[in-house]
Design a protein around this ligand. Sequence first.
Ligand code: PBG
Ligand code: MG
Length: 353
Amino acid sequence: MAIKYGRPIELRDVSRRDSTAVPHALDLTVRPRRNRKAEWARRMVRENVLTTDDLIWPLFLIDGTNKREQVASMPGVDRLSVDQAVREAERAMKLTIPCIALFPYTDPSLRDEEGSEATNPNNLVCQAVRAIKKEFPEIGILCDVALDPFTSHGHDGLISDGKILNDETVAVLVRQALVQAEAGCDIIAPSDMMDGRVAAIREGLDRAGLLDVQIMAYAAKYASAFYGPFRDAIGSAKTLTGDKRTYQMDSANTDEALREVELDIAEGADMVMVKPGMPYLDVVRRVKDTFAMPTFAYQVSGEYAMIAAAANNGWLDGDRAMMESLLAFKRAGADGVLSYFAPKAAEKLRAQA
Ligand SMILES: NCc1[nH]cc(CCC(=O)O)c1CC(=O)O
Ligand SMILES: [Mg+2]
């Protein structure tokens, strides 16, 4: 049996039978278990570590004050009024989570065909950005750019004759990115999957003098069943007509993911993202190996819901499954993970430290 890695093959041919002191011992020169014999030994050979620096925490916003509303399909996750979001930002900061991400639940009365609320400089997201930045300027804020929280049809772009319009949508996304950046958002994260939006947003930001605002492109975003609970959380589940397969990627493809990522980097993305997370770890690995860019993965709502629901049923150890699932992203080469587990995981990591 040839082994590719590790010790030289010749070592394996030396018979050690005579020197075996223990009866019934197998004649094994190599015993991988030695390096696992105690916690200190395991720590010495550990290849990947998760730290709080790896976490980005997505928060859901809702209109009102002093309000917290449970998201039924995401046990442990609430929609937060702006004042409550400020409190959670403080919690994130104390837990040394570097960045939070904001997603609005938009009242149906504010939704329309064009998603006009997206470009309102006083929308819920912009209000939250301002309020958080005022109290805690040192925490990073990421804002999603896409029209789906604001459209009556729940799609990420403008529609005409049942088709999602690319170039017309990009023009609106640039305006959405600008109102968010002007409110103080640090990272613009286009999640819409329209072609050419990264270049257009970069140009818009630069023209406005917002040279330091970063772009994290949801570069390889798949049309996935795992976004279900998120659509509940932002109120798009009921309104969404059809699916997003004309803009989000086919789950069968990985070469295509590399082409998408390459384009977004060329268009000016500072960081790239693969989404969903766990079912697409192969894509994370290929993207990281190919481009050596800051690469993020989104452990999406459905992934969170699966673990949280099973844990609530006593079917698996929730904490261990959470930590194992987060470490998997590091192993796959990700520089960080957007995860609804972020505060819980950070608490655990800090308790261990
Ligand atoms: N474009 C919006 C958006 N931004 C992030 C998610 C999903 C996040 C999650 O499921 O946690 C989605 C949903 C979608 O594309 O339908
Ligand atoms: Mg693209």
